[in-house]
Design a protein around this ligand. Structure first.
Ligand code: COA
Length: 140
């Protein structure tokens, strides 16, 4: 499997996966999940051997950093390296754009994943969409 930039005609499929993971599985309100920022973001996709979308993430520049958001892997594909592939692709794109670091707000349950791939927490835990989060950052 590879992670690559997604084209605009793939966005509906990425939104479907995000809905399954964040809205159906985690209970995030749909109007918070779809925040209107997607047109301003660079999107990433991983497909399985059958062409099904199993992972997605998006990136946008925010105050001079790359901000990673909406990192989602289909439950049945977790633990197989899809999340790492997505973040590798996102970091490569951030570097290509000359950005010095990647910042993200991790769900506290996902902090060990991000630590494994080189991110460090910053500051205190906070709540977003009813889910505890920690800010994290990786210098590129
Ligand atoms: N706790 C500890 N380690 C974890 C972990 C966890 N919850 N999730 C992944 N890891 C580790 C893996 O074991 C692997 O380690 P290795 O290098 O020793 O093999 C490494 O992190 C990479 O894991 P990978 O298989 O690429 O992660 P994934 O494809 O399962 O994706 C998430 C991780 C968090 C993106 C995925 O679980 C997910 O989509 N969760 C639901 C949505 C979510 O919480 N998104 C994050 C929003 S901030």
């Amino acid at each position: 499997m590879i992670a690559r930039l997604a084209g605009p005609n793939e966005l509906d499929e990425l939104l479907d996966l995000r809905r399954v993971v964040f809205v159906d599985e985690q209970g995030v309100p749909a109007d918070l999940e779809e925040d209107g920022l997607d047109p301003a973001c660079t999107h990433f996709v991983v497909r399985d051997d059958h062409g099904a979308v199993v992972g997605t993430a998006r990136m946008r520049e925010y105050h001079g950093s790359a901000k990673a958001e909406r990192v989602a892997v289909l439950a049945s594909a977790r633990g197989t390296g899809v999340g790492r592939l997505l973040m590798d692709a996102l970091e490569a794109e951030a570097r290509r754009q000359g950005l010095p670091d990647v910042r993200l707000n991790a769900q506290t349950s996902a902090v060990p994943f991000y630590e494994r791939i080189g991110y460090a927490t910053e500051g205190d835990e906070f709540e977003d969409a009813g889910i505890p989060h920690l800010a994290m950052r990786k210098r590129l």
